[in-house]
Design a protein around this ligand. Structure first.
Ligand code: ZN
Length: 209
């Protein structure tokens, strides 16, 4: 879904099939300066994305919001990092979708974010159950949203699912998704928006040929 302008209450589109791809898709019409729509304009938008993607317990989302309100410099810094963490994987996965090699600088960037994320992994034991959790030392809590996104990017880059990465077939869209359709024939990021638009366009062109 591509709303024309960024607005509060934007519903992020989870059609990517991987967290890092949904995150890459938080800007629409990236390559069209006139129509580019940024859905991540502030740290608050980042929390909204994390909240809607169920990356965080609701309580933690609320405390991240409160913290960002107290620590503007910290929130700005975490937000700036999040945009780097969006654009580097975008370039990497867009290259893979086009059958090209990933630029080494982007591999390095994903590596660097993933290593920081790994330092915040903690094996937790609760009620006889064991699981990986994310642990902040307190001072880096505002970066908490970046860690699962970085992990997702590094995992997708190193997994066989990489072969299923596609870039939307609409010429004005560059959203990425995993094509898990049975015959690997999915062409659009979202059938409701891009798919129907492209069909209508082809229909119009045939009718007026
Ligand atoms: Zn699309």
């Amino acid at each position: 879904m591509h709303t024309a302008k960024r607005q509060s209450g934007y519903q992020f589109d989870p059609s990517g099939g991987a967290l890092c791809l949904d995150f890459a898709n938080t800007v629409s019409h990236r390559h069209l300066p006139q129509r580019r729509a940024e859905h991540l304009g502030s740290y608050a938008d980042l929390v909204a994305f994390a909240d809607q993607s169920r990356l965080l317990p609701p309580k933690l989302a609320a405390s991240l919001r409160a913290r960002a309100n107290r620590d503007h410099a910290g929130a700005r810094s975490a937000f700036r990092k999040s945009i780097v963490l969006r654009e580097s994987p975008y370039r990497a996965f867009s290259a893979i979708a086009a059958g090209r090699h990933v630029p080494p600088a982007d591999v390095q960037q994903i590596n660097d974010f993933a290593l920081v994320a790994l330092q915040h992994r903690k094996l937790a034991q609760r009620d006889g159950d064991y699981r990986w959790e994310w642990q902040s030392n307190g001072s880096d809590l505002l970066d908490r949203i970046l860690w699962p996104v970085a992990k997702s990017a590094a995992e997708l880059l190193t997994s066989e699912a990489r072969a299923a990465i596609r870039e939307c077939g609409a010429p004005d869209c560059e959203w990425l998704f995993l094509d898990h359709s049975r015959n690997r024939s999915r062409r659009w990021c979202d059938m409701k928006s891009c798919g129907n638009r492209q069909k209508a366009r082809r229909h119009y062109q045939r009718a007026h040929a």
